[in-house]
Design a protein around this ligand. Structure first.
Ligand code: SAH
Length: 405
């Protein structure tokens, strides 16, 4: 990566100059430049614009999107390449190639997968989930927002006919301070039905109003694992949202499945999804209640419990309380679960790492006085890749636990 400055005159864009020693993390391909690393820039930078990043001894480190805030530049490339239509198409083609190698594209039984996972796909600030022929695109940075139309075209071109519709859903993910007032809507194509398939199971996807891009794509493999353990069990699916784990448990021949979520909309969705796959199946019941309250009042008849709460820590400052929350939740589950029971417990907080989460669950086990063993350590699937130079991209962790008979 020894690019000489004389080389770049073909691209007219503004430069950002780094302080001495601040290019080191970029040499290791860490995709962010923090505001404190910047010595100066050519003129006043506009939020969302693409900038050239230059070390203090004049070496071009690459190109990225500028944004006001502590992460000042999100790097798109560490090469001396133009950020043009061909660049976006190339990156999105790479994303499709990986999903094809993972055997997620072109399947009839599975039409849901993540196509772009931000830094994990060398596209910081961008998330794209695919539901059949519709891609739901989310910008988490102003730069990706600015490029949304170009990305939508590149996405369709790179998909070789796989994608026809692009829905843009960034109302809640764009930085609040940027004041963009973006409304959700279709950038390309139209709404062509919203039922998609995951491992042969059907789901209504509410990308118009639903959380994230409408579905939690990241639990696909963990739901499959649960299916294998559900037979004959009384399953309690806490924080069920669209009822993903519940529907897999029904297919896995669970004796009964109870789904709980505090949101009545989530409960409606869960009921609809259970009905879509297993009409009139009296094994399933759904409750719109607070998870902690429900668990406290529950009897001790459950022998498989799923705990998949929302991120308890959205920021590092909330870490201590978040860990206490995980401990409290898991401790009630351990107390209530039948002997020989199974717990699938998760944390999707980026601010909580694997070891901290495991310690929180350990504390819960110790408090409940139950003997607990780890059968599987769970994580996000391969369509949510983690850039090894950006460990912050590892957010979903879970444990599959057996509580001693
Ligand atoms: N397990 C789900 C995803 C869970 S998302 C899946 O596989 O798709 C987290 C869910 O927790 C949201 O639906 C939210 O409504 C719900 N939630 C948040 N706080 C809650 C609480 N105190 N009690 C019950 N549900 C809660």
């Amino acid at each position: 990566m020894s690019l000489q400055t004389g080389f770049y005159s073909k691209q007219r864009m503004r430069n950002i100059y780094l302080r001495r020693g601040k290019a080191e993390s970029l040499r290791r391909f860490h995709p962010w430049v923090f505001s404190g690393a910047i010595a100066s820039s050519d003129g006043k930078l506009k939020e969302g614009e693409t900038v050239r990043v230059i070390s203090n001894d004049g070496e071009i480190m690459g190109y990225g999107h500028y944004q006001i805030g502590s992460i000042a530049v999100r790097m798109l490339t560490f090469e001396n390449e133009e950020i043009n239509d061909a660049f976006w198409q190339q990156r999105l083609s790479e994303a499709f190639s990986l999903r094809s190698a993972l055997q997620l594209t072109g399947r009839e039984d599975n039409t849901i997968y993540r196509l772009v996972h931000g830094e994990g796909d060398r596209l910081p600030g961008l998330v794209i989930d695919v539901y059949g022929k519709t891609a739901v695109m989310q910008a988490h940075s102003v730069g990706m927002h600015v490029c949304r139309e170009t990305i939508a075209d590149a996405l369709i071109a790179a998909s070789n006919g796989l994608i026809e519709n692009v829905y843009y859903k960034s109302e809640t993910t764009l930085p609040f301070k940027a004041d963009l007032h973006q409304e959700n809507g279709f950038l390309r194509g139209h709404d062509d039905g919203n039922i998609a398939l995951e491992n042969g199971l059907k789901f209504h996807i509410d990308w118009l109003r639903g959380q994230k891009t409408g579905f939690f794509v990241d639990q696909r493999e963990n739901r499959s694992l649960l299916e294998h353990y559900a037979k004959g069990r009384n399953v309690l699916n806490m924080f069920c949202y669209t009822g993903g784990f519940s529907v897999y448990a029904l297919r896995g021949n669970a004796k009964l499945v109870h789904s709980v979520d505090s949101s009545s909309k989530a409960i409606d969705l869960t009921r609809a999804n259970a009905e879509l796959n297993f009409p009139n199946d009296s094994r399933h019941e759904a409750f719109a209640e607070d998870a902690f309250k429900f668990l406290e009042q529950a009897g001790s008849n459950y022998d498989l419990i799923v705990l998949d709460p929302p991120a308890f820590a959205k920021h590092k400052d909330a870490l201590r309380n978040a860990l206490k929350g995980y401990t409290r939740l898991n401790a009630i589950a351990f107390k209530k679960i039948r002997k020989g029971g199974i717990v699938f417990t998760f944390s999707c907080s980026q601010a909580v790492n694997k070891d901290q989460f495991r310690l929180a669950v350990f504390t819960a086990a110790a408090q409940s006085g139950r003997h607990v063993r780890i059968l599987h350590q769970l994580h996000q699937p391969a369509d949510h890749p983690i850039n090894i130079y950006h460990p912050e991209g590892e957010y979903l962790k879970g444990l599959h636990l057996l509580v001693r008979p």
